[in-house]
Design a protein around this ligand. Structure first.
Ligand SMILES: NC(=O)c1ccc[n+]([C@@H]2O[C@H](COP(=O)([O-])OP(=O)(O)OC[C@H]3O[C@@H](n4cnc5c(N)ncnc54)[C@H](OP(=O)(O)O)[C@@H]3O)[C@@H](O)[C@H]2O)c1
Length: 253
């Protein structure tokens, strides 16, 4: 019997993408993954698609190759999107915007044009700090807010689309440990915990749903994101003096 549900994980080689892959590949569902690089351990039961999602043509070709035969429900999990610490923010950095927003819109546009019309749940990730637009990562927050708005509006407009937006606190990912090597990670959430807590939310009855996933740290205070001098001091210590080399090591451009 052909499985009718497909889990498509863009960013399948990242910390969160890998955790979702490990969860779903042992399930009844069909699984596909997208990234630019090859996965370290390619699984034979996963359809891997290679594309730079910043490129609309590559993204379209990738969506045209996606096997949708017999699929009635598609869940697109999109853990893609670069972060940037910006001490002197002026305007939204176009690379951060493209990495967070266009990588999804480039996938969704051709997907909606496919002849098969499965129901689609779009799942994307932001930060619990997005609503505060902290000046030191405002490009990131503004991009995540644009992504949130795009999915919400699409879910309102398109009958077969639903949206789930997951707001995270600091996560124990490879990137975050490079960016903030001196942070106390004791209360940081792990990708596996995010998977465990989010999977039950990925078959929503509502058209749009937003959830927060975090571990409450004893250091938490309501001013954690609004006291900007304290935010700058904490982050500078965690990044070891805002070492820009940390950023360079983070992402393939
Ligand atoms: N870490 C945190 O504390 C934290 C907190 C809140 C929210 N988040 C969010 O969680 C999400 C996942 O984070 P993560 O650390 O797991 O990310 P990550 O390790 O950097 O993984 C990103 C994935 O996306 C792929 N990717 C990036 N750019 C691409 C492109 N242009 N085309 C195709 N694939 C691309 C990467 O693969 P290739 O490089 O091979 O293409 C990789 O598989 C992000 O949206 C982040 O904003 C993280």
């Amino acid at each position: 019997m052909i499985n009718k549900q497909l889990i498509l994980i863009s960013g399948v080689t990242g910390s969160l993408g890998e955790a979702y892959l490990e969860h779903y590949r042992n399930s009844e569902k069909r699984v596909a993954g997208i990234s630019r690089s090859q996965p370290k351990i390619p699984y034979t039961d996963v359809q891997y698609l290679k594309a730079n999602l910043l490129d609309p043509n590559q993204s379209k070709r990738c969506m045209d190759k996606l096997s949708l035969e017999g699929i009635t429900e598609l869940v697109l999990i999109h853990p893609v999107g670069r972060f940037k610490f910006e001490k002197n923010f002026t305007e939204v950095n176009p690379e951060i915007y493209a990495s967070n927003v266009e990588t999804l819109t480039n996938l969704v546009n051709p997907l909606l044009k496919r002849q098969e019309k499965p129901s689609i749940t779009l799942v994307a990730f932001g930060s619990i700090s997005d609503k505060y637009e902290v000046p030191f990562w405002r490009s990131y927050s503004k991009s995540k807010n644009a992504l949130r708005k795009y999915i919400h509006e699409l879910a309102d407009k398109e009958e077969k689309i639903k949206g789930v937006f997951i707001n995270l606190s600091s996560v124990r990912t490879r990137n975050e440990s490079i960016l903030r090597p001196y942070a106390n990670t004791r209360y940081w959430i792990t990708p596996e915990e995010i998977v465990q807590r989010s999977v039950p939310e990925l078959s929503p009855t509502e058209k749009w749903k937003e959830i927060d996933i975090f571990n409450l740290s004893p250091d938490y205070s309501p001013t954690i994101y609004t006291n900007h001098s304290a935010v700058l001091k904490r982050w500078t210590e965690e990044m070891h003096g805002e070492n820009q080399n940390n950023h360079k090591k983070l992402y393939k451009q």
